[in-house]
Design a protein around this ligand. Structure first.
Ligand SMILES: Cc1ncc(COP(=O)(O)O)c(C=O)c1O
Length: 408
């Protein structure tokens, strides 16, 4: 198991988040299970990005964590939002994001979603020729000019990324060789062509792989711009910055990526000289800032193995159970949040309250001896946590969420 992220600290026995004891936070929120997001950590991430990528726009991918108070906080610190549904679009608009700073990507956009996006004035990152035809038709019907960028399915992927979203046959984006013709259709169809969206993967933890992917992305954008014969107003370089969930993984060297990209920017081909560049991140901005707190309900032994059974589980934090894209299940960092000053004394498995063997939060971890009433902290819970989990499964109560820190 990886050590708990360095930004979390204990005072005496108790884990603190954003400077506050987790028992205080649980009391304030009204109980467990509870997700706590530390806004100070998110702000520090954003500041780090700004320092490393001074001329690149930062967009937040709402899908990573759409919790409204968190989104409200992030909006004031980033340049744009990436949404993936009409639901996220409404949330972004309700949070006060400017329509012009929102882009909407994702396959399978329904007509009502295209219409809502066009009426609102957000940029559609279109995923197919069919989507362009429908968007142009909707624009014509309502006398509106759609804003359209083309999501490109690049011929490369980010090496070693947890989720590959480019390279070969994919439901995402338009194959690169068909993009120039599609851009011409968009322009001739009277829409405002906004540029390219090139998203090659997610959860990459090696800086060299991201540097290589960004280089390839710039080259591809330049080739496409040449073929189109017009400079793209915006080139969204994708993102894919990962975080270290497991033992042996190191934090991403973001400064090295920034340095390489700033260098590449100095030597851009003419076709991209006037373009604005953006990077679109979810997980790296919020993933480590969240912790999932769940209370132990039962302690039991079966065939010599100790189980700590909690009031939470995979219905809130599917990713920690290993069922959200992991091939081999590995433990997220966990701790007994009210026994932080006690040495590990036994091996135990921490499970959720769902009646399924899938509901595991940590297998065979060394922890201090824990009892019912103690609180388990599951770290790395800020991205793809509650909103990416099967909350209705088995009719268990919902989890609570809260933010701490930020302005105080
Ligand atoms: C188009 C797009 N943008 C952004 C993201 C966010 O990725 P991450 O949270 O890994 O930064 C994803 C994730 O799948 C995506 O598909």
């Amino acid at each position: 198991m990886r050590a708990i992220p360095a930004d979390f600290m204990a005072r005496g026995a108790m884990l603190h988040v954003g400077g506050r004891s987790v028992e205080d936070l649980i009391a304030e929120a009204g109980g467990t299970p509870l997700f706590v997001y530390d806004l100070g950590m998110v702000a520090a991430r954003i500041a780090r990005f700004r320092a490393a990528f001074p001329t690149i726009q930062l967009h937040y991918a709402v899908k990573a964590n759409p919790y409204r108070p968190l989104l409200d906080f992030i909006i004031s610190l980033v340049d744009g939002l990436d949404v993936a549904s009409a639901g996220e679009l409404r949330l972004a608009v309700a949070s006060g994001a400017e329509a012009a700073s929102i882009s909407f990507a994702g396959p399978g956009k329904r007509d009502f979603e295209l219409e809502e996006a066009i009426r609102t004035g957000v940029t559609l990152n279109v995923e197919s020729e069919g989507e362009v035809a429908r968007a142009l038709g909707i624009g014509e019907r309502f006398g509106l000019r759609p804003r359209i960028a083309v999501r490109v399915n690049p011929d490369f992927e980010i090496k070693g990324s947890g989720m590959r979203m480019g390279g070969g046959a994919k439901p995402f984006g338009v194959d690169a060789e068909r993009v120039p013709a599609l851009v011409r259709t968009i322009i001739e169809g009277g829409a405002e062509w906004r540029g390219f969206h090139i998203f090659a993967g997610s959860q990459a933890v090696r800086a060299e792989a991201l540097i290589e992917a960004q280089r390839a992305t710039l080259n591809l954008a330049a080739e496409l711009a040449d073929a189109v014969g017009e400079p793209p107003p915006l080139v969204n370089l994708g993102g894919g910055f990962g975080i270290p969930y497991f033992a042996g993984e190191e934090p991403l060297d973001v400064e090295a990526i920034g340095y390489a990209l700033m260098e590449a920017r100095e030597h851009l081909p003419r076709s991209l000289k006037s373009s604005v560049f953006a990077i679109e991140l979810g997980r790296w901005l919020v993933g480590e800032a969240g912790v999932y707190l769940t209370r132990i309900v039962d302690r039991k032994v079966s065939h010599g193995k100790t189980f700590l059974v909690t009031d939470g589980g995979m219905h809130h934090q599917l990713a920690a159970s290993g069922n959200f894209g992991q091939v081999v299940r590995r433990n997220y960092p966990v701790a007994i949040a009210n026994r932080m000053n006690e040495a590990a004394a036994e091996e135990a498995s921490i499970v959720g309250c769902l009646c399924t063997p899938l509901d595991r939060l940590a297998d065979d971890v060394m922890v201090p001896r824990a009892e019912p009433g103690d609180v388990v902290a599951v770290f790395m819970a800020g991205a793809y946590g509650l909103s990416a989990s099967p909350q209705a499964f088995l009719g268990q109560p919902p989890a609570l969420e809260m933010v701490v820190g930020g302005s105080d």
